[in-house]
Ligand binder design. Structure first.
Ligand SMILES: CC(=O)N[C@H]1[C@@H](OP(=O)(O)OP(=O)(O)OC[C@H]2O[C@@H](n3ccc(=O)[nH]c3=O)[C@H](O)[C@@H]2O)O[C@H](CO)[C@@H](O)[C@@H]1O[C@H](C)C(=O)N[C@@H](C)C(=O)N[C@H](CCC(=O)O)C(=O)O
Ligand SMILES: Nc1ncnc2c1ncn2[C@@H]1O[C@H](COP(=O)(O)OP(=O)(O)OP(=O)(O)O)[C@@H](O)[C@H]1O
Length: 522
């Protein structure tokens, strides 16, 4: 989707609620006259304040939101919710509600403000290290085929029916999430799919939401800068499988982490695996992989079976599709109805996930959002199975994010590809050359005779990668996916990998007129 401006979706016609009602409902203390104070929204971002909002002034890693309260009130905020440290910073005549932990209350308060607990749409939540966005898009597509007006919240996009906006965070802050749900209700959305990151669970972003069905895709090395250990990262994810958060669940047990989620879940779950060595309630048996699709049979222990073809490459995409299907089964949909929806065609709408950007001539070129060792492994193994010639991988590791995965990303790339081009990927405030050096060390440790080339910036690197490739070969550019920017020295500049790859293909003489069409999924 080209030209979509990032923005926050709120209800267009919010019904005002008296601030005094909120104070009563939650037993809050306020030393101010609340007579006539009406609330229509809530936000923790001063830049997003609309007249009638409560401004939640939260403590952060960099700033205290209370520093921005005067600005928020000037923009029309009618009250401020903060903590004691924030209250000490405030200079405002607006009513102030002081809580020990305002972030922990934000979801419940936002649910009250936007009335999102009243007749919510069906809610589906997906967590895991990789595959959340892919599974979410597939599930939204199936729900739409089943006749629902749908909503979606992912790393890539948020949807309210046909309205599409690009996302900032994977899971929005609680105030933004409830505003989005209220907008969905206004638009008649009857089923919504939300990606739930570990950061969201830990930072109360999905508080005040009760999911009908949640799913766990997998857990692998990522975000150790935030969590310190895989155990701590796992514990955060497990929280989604508790009765306060969800009614039922689907768990992929392809990893041991999945098996542990199934064991320790406090809500009923159904399990699925694509690994013949593991047992589960449902099995994924892949019987065909082509450069354009993957076909599999999903079989239940009670004998129910469904044949599925997804227009995406790879076992991991088949697993994501199976999880989406089983979330519907868990919600009570008949398997026949789901099968009919699949037969009508699972729509190929996966922005930047193993997305083909090349045309009919020259090497096949894919951009992908994978930025972790396991995502690399899954995608390279999938592409290997549908590539006749050589597999060339180009990627970088992102700055200001888990540095412990960089060498491993290099090792996986050099083990599974035939040639590697190490470049940059959102260095943010770090030195790009030193990130590349960490990746190269891992790659060169296992590469043997395989070429491992360093090239920066990305514009140069994709041309180097293409110079190594010809017809029958595949080039995978992993990292940027569908992103429309790159972050260099803390500044976001416009950059679209698929456009750059197509330009490089054109310059290399691989533009036969089909460029920009065969891979153009949006
Ligand atoms: C660790 C984390 O999640 N940090 C988020 C958090 O920052 P923070 O609480 O430290 O906030 P801060 O920047 O110190 O500001 C304090 C408060 O002042 C407010 N403020 C700040 C500036 C201003 O002008 N006006 C204003 O009101 C802020 O909204 C905030 O409430 O609140 C900010 C405002 O909402 C977010 O932008 C920021 O996300 C940062 C950018 C981020 O990168 N988060 C990542 C780690 C994240 O959450 N990722 C997961 C997905 C991961 C994955 O699966 O790959 C996600 O769900 O996106
Ligand atoms: N089931 C899976 N198992 C492992 N890797 C996967 C799986 N599904 C997708 N991937 C890989 O992970 C990459 C990111 O996929 P996707 O965007 O769906 O995951 P995500 O969980 O939403 O990621 P993020 O949390 O970073 O937004 C894909 O481009 C692919 O390389």
């Amino acid at each position: 989707m080209v030209g979509v401006t990032p923005r926050i979706l709120r209800p267009e016609h919010p019904a005002p609620r008296p601030l005094a009602g909120l104070v009563d409902e939650f037993g809050l203390q306020v030393e101010a006259d609340l007579d006539g104070v009406e609330v229509t929204g809530i936000t923790n971002d001063s830049g997003d304040v609309q007249p009638g909002d409560i401004f939640a002034a939260l403590p952060g890693a960099r700033r205290h939101g209370a520093e921005f309260a005067a600005d928020a009130v000037e923009r029309g905020a009618v009250a401020v919710v903060t903590d004691a440290a924030g209250a000490a910073l405030l200079r405002t005549d607006a009513p102030v509600i002081v809580l020990d932990d305002p972030r922990a209350a934000l979801g419940e308060i936002a649910a009250w403000v936007y009335r999102t607990a009243e007749q919510p749409p069906k809610l589906f939540g997906i967590t895991g290290t990789n595959g959340k966005t892919s599974t979410s898009f597939m599930l939204e597509g199936l729900l739409s085929d089943l006749g629902f007006v749908t909503g979606l919240s992912t790393t890539a996009e948020r949807h309210v029916g046909d309205l599409v906006v690009t996302s900032k965070l994977t899971t929005p802050e609680a105030s933004e999430l409830h505003a989005l749900l209220a907008r969905m209700k206004e638009a008649g959305v009857r089923a919504a799919v939300l990606e739930v990151s570990a950061q969201a669970l830990e930072r109360h972003r999905v508080d005040g939401v009760l999911f009908d069905v949640v799913a766990f895709t997998n857990l692998s090395h990522d975000h150790l800068d935030d969590y310190g250990s895989m155990e701590a990262y796992f514990d955060v994810k497990l929280e989604l499988f508790t009765p306060d958060r969800a009614v039922r669940g689907v768990v992929c047990v392809d990893t041991d982490w999945g098996a542990r989620v199934a064991e320790r879940s406090r809500i009923p779950v159904t399990t699925v695996t694509s690994d013949p060595e593991r047992s589960a309630d449902w099995r994924v048996d892949i019987w065909e992989e082509t450069p354009a699709s993957t076909s599999f049979t999903l079989t239940g222990i009670d004998g129910g079976a469904i044949e599925v073809q997804v227009p995406f490459i790879g076992r991991h995409m088949a697993v994501d599709a199976a999880i989406a299907i089983l979330m519907l089964v868990e919600d009570g949909f008949e398997i026949e109805a789901i099968a009919e929806a699949i037969d009508r065609g699972m729509r190929p709408t996966l922005p930047g996930r193993i997305e083909r950007v090349s045309g009919d001539s020259g090497p096949a070129v894919f951009v992908d959002y994978g930025h972790s060792p396991d995502a690399f492994a899954q995608t390279l193994e999938a592409l290997r199975r549908v590539t006749e010639g050589r597999l060339i991988m180009m990627f970088g590791a992102d700055g200001d994010r888990d540095a412990t995965k960089r060498a491993e990303m290099g090792r996986i790339a050099a083990s599974l590809a035939d040639a590697v081009v190490v470049t940059d990927f959102n260095p943010r405030t770090e030195d790009a050359a030193s990130i590349r050096a960490q990746v190269l060390e891992g790659a060169r440790a296992v590469a043997g005779d395989k070429p491992v080339v360093e090239s920066s910036p990305e514009e140069a690197a994709i041309r180097v990668a293409l110079s190594m490739a010809g017809p029958g070969d595949t080039v995978l550019w992993a990292g940027p996916g569908d992103a429309d920017y790159r972050d260099v020295a803390g500044v976001r500049e416009p950059f679209v990998a698929r456009d750059e790859a197509r330009l490089a293909l054109h310059e290399a003489g691989w533009d036969d007129g089909s460029l920009g069409r065969s891979g153009d999924v949006r």
